[in-house]
Ligand binder design. Structure first.
Ligand SMILES: Nc1ncnc2c1ncn2[C@@H]1O[C@H](COP(=O)(O)OP(=O)(O)O)[C@@H](O)[C@H]1O
Ligand code: SF4
Ligand SMILES: [Mg+2]
Length: 311
């Protein structure tokens, strides 16, 4: 069976800066996949590319994106709009910015649902009362309420795939949990797959069935969340797991990942993690690692097979 989302060898540049350097990602129907990595690792670029929603200055020079078998990067404009409308939903970090400031919430929802749309139902699903918010303008809502409205809009057409790009990053911690709960429970009810882009590793560990770890514009490790985060096979995943408070075993000292993320201006000649990697060998600097399958994990490291579980 083919996956709902298949990204293969995707390369994206912004001028001289390379944001994706051959990214691969697979998402099955109904699955929730957390995409994690430090800021600048390429998460937002990957998420936007799924709907061909990249900023104008972005250039896709290689690779493919398929949603339900449809070649997203090759579709003519009308087909692309249909695919977005029928199959995809998006929520972003800034909820107010993603709503139309000039229209009341109810009118924005009706535009998606049609005149007969049931506002109370769609707002109720995101735990908002239509009597309180339908007549409000976006700037009159709190961040958490605005994000629920954005989610109601994204989920109104029951998309097969929801791309959520740090949707709770701008909210305070309590609201963050509530909004995350709403996203995951609503998607589960609707049978919608989620790609949850986040740097919040503990949050991803709690909510996502699978994890994809990005580094230097590539997915360097992916697999079931418990395995990837509990028994990482890639040295970067291991370093990331050690730096995330809620994942560390009691008594284990937290260590930030030493060194800095790479700034790429073209294809990395070898493994982008080599300058920070305690296990690097000569070949790591000049041979690009290809995915190695270890059980249910896929790992982009020359030494993945030799290194013991390195958590
Ligand atoms: N609009 C843009 N113009 C130029 N460079 C960009 C733009 N968006 C992202 N980049 C660069 O691309 C890389 C990946 O960024 P991004 O996809 O936003 O990663 P993340 O979401 O993981 O922080 C970074 O080096 C970033 O500086
Ligand atoms: S390929 Fe080499 S540098 Fe990269 S993570 Fe593996 S051991 Fe480290
Ligand atoms: Mg981002």
């Amino acid at each position: 069976m083919s996956a709902l989302l298949e990204v293969d060898g995707l390369v994206v540049d912004y001028g001289q800066a390379r944001a994706l350097d051959g990214a691969d990602l697979r998402v099955a129907a109904g699955e929730s996949v957390g995409v994690v990595g430090e800021s600048g690792s390429g998460k937002s670029t990957l998420g936007a590319a799924v709907g061909r929603l990249l900023p104008r200055q972005a250039r896709i020079s290689d690779g493919s994106v398929r949603v339900a078998g449809e070649p997203v990067l090759d579709l003519p404009p009308a087909e692309l709009r249909r695919l977005r409308r029928q199959r995809l939903g998006f929520v972003f970090q800034d909820p107010i910015g993603s709503l139309d400031p000039t229209m009341r919430v109810g009118a924005q929802l009706r535009r998606v649902l049609g005149r007969g749309g049931d506002l109370a139902f769609h707002l109720g699903r995101v735990r908002l009362e239509a009597s309180r918010v339908a007549r409000a303008y976006p700037h009159q809502l709190s961040g958490g309420m605005a994000q629920r409205v954005a989610l109601a809009l994204a989920m109104a057409s029951s998309p097969e795939l929801l791309i959520a790009d740090e949707p709770t990053a701008s909210l305070d911690s309590q609201v963050r949990e509530e909004v995350s709960d709403v996203v995951f429970s609503l998607a589960a009810q609707a049978g919608t797959s989620i790609v949850w882009l986040s740097h919040d590793l503990p949050g991803v560990a709690r909510r996502c069935g699978r994890v994809a770890v990005m580094y230097g514009g590539r997915v360097v490790e992916s697999g079931p969340a418990a395995q990837v985060l509990g028994s990482p096979r890639h040295p970067y995943t291991a370093a990331l797991a050690r730096s995330a408070p809620a994942l560390a075993a009691p008594g284990v000292r937290l260590e930030p990942v030493p060194g800095r993320p790479p700034v790429l201006t073209g294809a990395a000649p070898g493994c982008a993690f080599a300058p920070r990697c305690a296990f690097a060998e000569d070949r790591c600097a000049h041979e690009r690692p290809e995915p190695i399958t270890l059980g249910e994990q896929s790992v982009l490291c020359h030494r993945a097979g030799e290194l013991e579980v390195i958590a």
